[in-house]
Write a protein that binds this ligand. Sequence first.
Ligand SMILES: Cc1cc2nc3c(=O)[nH]c(=O)nc-3n(C[C@H](O)[C@H](O)[C@H](O)COP(=O)(O)OP(=O)(O)OC[C@H]3O[C@@H](n4cnc5c(N)ncnc54)[C@H](O)[C@@H]3O)c2cc1C
Length: 319
Amino acid sequence: MNKVLVFIDAFQGEPKKASLELFTAAREWGQQVVAVGVNLQDPQALGQYGAHRVYHAQSDALSYYTPNAFRDLVLQVVEKEQPDALLFPGTKNGRELVGLVAAALGVPAVSEAMEARLVDGALEIRRTVYTGKVFATLRLQAKPFVVAFKVKSLNVAEAPVEGTEVVTVEPPAQDTVKVLDIHEKEKGEPDVAEADIIVSGGRGLGGPEAFELLRELAREIARITGETVAIGASRAAVDAGWIDHSHQVGQTGKVVTPRLYIAIGISGALQHLAGMRNSKFIVAINKDPEAPIFKVADAGLVEDLFKAVPKLTEELRKL
Ligand SMILES: Cc1cc2nc3c(=O)[nH]c(=O)nc-3n(C[C@H](O)[C@H](O)[C@H](O)COP(=O)(O)OP(=O)(O)OC[C@H]3O[C@@H](n4cnc5c(N)ncnc54)[C@H](O)[C@@H]3O)c2cc1C
């Protein structure tokens, strides 16, 4: 492949990790890697990940993502660069944009990609279907290939290139969609969609106070591993008002693929599994040995969580 274009989804000028992951595929496939982003603090820094050229738009009108303006920006760069493939992160914005851009180009879009490889000039993609229960392998023939990767399917790796060129692009006219107001969620707590490790609680916690036990455990795990550890929750815990909906994992919450998912007092209903079954390693703590969560767990502990969690935290403190 000659060129691969990477869309950079950013927050407050910082590229999201899910965008940086895309460079791993882009470098492997393309002789040239081109990126496009809006209001980045340091577009040149994308050279660290292998970007030869970065198209950058600076605009107060685009402080927040809006679909049509961002689509038009990407199309503007596509017209200039004629890339063979366009990669989008599996973030909320990336998943929306992948369809809009593909529709405008008249080619298919594939989202939720977990792996992709070039086979005889086509792109073969493995992705999940039926809320993560089944894998499908698809083959894209029509170029450009337009793909959104599931968050954390690829690893971030630095591979610096010399002399990354930053090309300033005219921001597209204001969108027909306008962001009126942004309400920021509780600060300081990592997002489950971005975390490497998730400690998740369900109805078994019995109330909001027990989430403090999970937070203590999460803090110890973060201290020892140096990883981002987020607090997740089942819908039962969210519906009970014990924790904000932004923590909910599942079919009507967030779909997550952390390296480690610890399900505590969660039964493992299908709708919850839909959000976490593709986690790399699953640990379940539940007092019911028949709980369905144990069917997907790599390791399980049949125990009262009020005994197990403080004990675990105490042991980790010794490390
Ligand atoms: C359309 C639709 C969408 C849905 N979307 C979602 C979704 O996105 N996410 C989601 O999570 N659910 C979703 N649900 C709800 C889902 O079906 C379940 O009701 C929910 O996941 C149950 O949550 P839970 O496992 O916390 O509670 P429960 O099923 O009540 O399980 C509680 C578990 O805690 C254990 N337990 C109790 N006390 C203790 C203790 N002291 N120590 C250890 N273990 C203990 C019990 O053995 C039990 O297994 C959805 C449902 C529908 C219909």
